[in-house]
Design a protein around this ligand. Structure first.
Ligand code: DX5
Ligand code: ZN
Length: 226
């Protein structure tokens, strides 16, 4: 599977959000990642369907996938609104979904890609029953809530074990997305372990370099054989 880049707008300059999204799209980003936080499940509040709706014309024109990472309690109440706002994919946390199978079915029935995600301390065992029903598994490589945190090194082995689990169950078509602290320094490591989509916030949107340069640094690092 080829490696795809998913810039997280969490670190973008919100005074010129459209421009920043367009820079990422022009640089070849395959996804735009929107981090939705409610101040309950995680200790931070961010954006919601309004921003998804605002960005949608830009991603749609370019054929880029717009995904919402829901770090919110009771995501099932908000999923229809994300669908209406134009999200192409929605990812929910297993920690917030007592009826996970139902929630995944809800996402799919609204025509979106269904993703499931795990906090760093949640075991891969939580995925056993749901794997056949999802399009994507997101492995959180930091504790959710904030951009700019450090990658948790033990997550590399978790990614590797998930890859093995998918291969053993003939579910290799499922994407493995990684999110948190991803940079050119560890991109090769996570890809070698089995990641196929790299979410990157602060290593894409920052004051040091242009978005295009950051994305190409990430992509070439990811493709480098480790
Ligand atoms: C963290 C979010 C991430 C975050 C990543 O809760 O889910 O998507 O934006 O930011 P960086 O790449 O800076 O760790
Ligand atoms: Zn995220």
């Amino acid at each position: 599977m080829s490696v795809k880049i998913a810039p997280s707008i969490l670190s973008a300059d919100f005074t010129r959000l459209g421009e920043q999204v367009q820079e990422a799209i022009a640089a070849g980003a395959e996804y735009i990642h929107v981090d939705v936080m409610d101040g309950h499940f995680v200790p931070n509040m961010t954006v919601g369907p309004l921003i998804v709706r605002a960005i949608k014309p830009l991603t749609q024109k370019a054929g880029v996938s717009l995904s919402a990472h829901l770090m919110i309690e009771k995501p099932e109440l908000m999923i229809p609104e994300f669908a209406e706002s134009g999200a192409d994919g929605v990812t929910v946390h297993v920690e917030t979904c007592p009826n996970l199978h139902l929630t995944i079915q809800q996402i799919k029935s609204l025509g979106m890609q269904a993703g499931v995600t795990l906090n760093p301390s949640t075991s891969l065992d939580a995925l056993t029953e749901i794997l056949p029903f999802v399009d994507l598994v997101l492995v959180m490589t930091v504790n959710p809530g904030f951009g700019g945190q450090k990658y948790i090194p033990t997550m590399t082995d978790k990614i590797r074990r998930l890859r093995r689990m998918l291969d053993e169950r003939q579910l290799s078509h499922i994407e493995i997305e990684v999110d948190g602290g991803i940079s050119p320094e560890n991109a090769a490591e996570v890809v070698e372990a089995g990641a196929t989509i790299l979410v990157a916030g602060s290593s894409v949107f920052n004051k040091h370099q242009r978005v295009a340069d950051n994305i190409s640094a990430l992509r070439s690092a990811a493709l480098r054989k480790s």
